[in-house]
Design a protein around this ligand. Structure first.
Ligand code: NAD
Length: 248
């Protein structure tokens, strides 16, 4: 019997990277999976096939998580298709880096909308569903940048700190209805997002990590499984770092 048997999980931005690893991990523990991404292309279709291989229901939705109306509509579709939502992972995220004095207003606004407003959009629609069910687990994908700041990422770091505060606030608002909300703060994880960094920057990061390597998407997914399942039934309003001791 899997840890998430009979549960339905909704994961944003899960065609690839950390979101995909979470979808696979949850499905391997018995969950049905609904996931979103900007477009459902060949990469997303491949994720659908890999999740399906675990023998559970899976559906991918093309939906921009920064768009309020689209997010409300997607949650409605998921509820009519799957009947319930037990786990929400606010994972969709982007970077638009630049030093604060050179950062454009568009760079700031886009990152705030995609990384942080998106979590509001989904929590706004999913919390009433979980409240009716008298339970649920919300996981916000924060970052080490939200805990210690990062040069060139004033926009990104602000959203990732915001995602921690949003999880803490919802944990306090909704605890009486059995809803838990937590954040995960990954450090340097090997994914398309970090592959985009110049080789030299990547090497410098890894040299500073006490475990001397980047983390894997699977290692983040295992912590998401802990937070999604009853293994963490008394854990709420917390942030769990997955950073190889880079920040502690
Ligand atoms: P990724 O770029 O590999 O995947 C992100 C996914 O989100 C992509 O599939 C992308 O298409 C999707 N997405 C982007 N904008 C979207 C939108 N508006 N609506 C719906 N989907 C959208 O990145 P990743 O490394 O897998 O990162 C996943 C999350 O983890 C992000 O929130 C990121 O900030 C966070 N994170 C990553 C690292 C890391 O080192 N990789 C570290 C800390 C935190």
């Amino acid at each position: 019997m899997g840890l998430l048997e009979g549960k339905v999980a909704l994961i944003t931005g899960a065609a690839r990277g950390i979101g995909k690893a979470i979808a696979l991990k949850f499905a391997s523990e018995g969950a049905d999976i609904a996931f979103t991404d900007l477009v459902i292309d060949a990469v997303a279709e491949e994720t659908v096939r890999e999740v399906e291989a675990f023998g559970h229901k899976v559906k991918a939705y093309a939906s921009d998580a920064s768009d309020f109306e689209a997010s409300q509509a997607t949650v409605s579709e998921v509820v009519s298709e799957f009947g319930r939502i037990d786990v929400l992972v606010n994972n969709a995220g982007i970077t638009r880096d630049g030093l604060v004095m050179r950062m454009s207003e568009a760079q700031w606004d886009t990152v705030i909308a995609v990384n942080m407003k998106s979590a509001f959009n989904y929590m706004h629609a999913v919390v009433p569903v979980m409240a009716r069910q008298r339970g649920g687990s919300i996981i916000n994908m924060s970052s080490i940048a939200g805990q210690m700041g990062n040069p060139g990422q004033v926009n990104y770091a602000a959203t990732k700190a915001g995602l921690i505060a949003m999880a803490q606030s919802v944990a306090k608002e909704m605890g009486a209805r059995g809803i838990r909300a937590n954040a995960i703060a990954p450090g340097f994880i090997i994914s398309d997002m970090t592959a985009a960094l110049p080789e030299k920057v990547r090497e410098e990061y890894i040299a500073q990590i006490p475990l001397k390597r980047g983390g894997t998407t699977e290692e983040v997914a295992k912590v998401a499984l802990f937070l999604a399942s009853d293994l963490s039934s008394y854990v709420s309003g917390q942030v769990i770092p997955v950073n190889g001791a880079l920040y502690c």
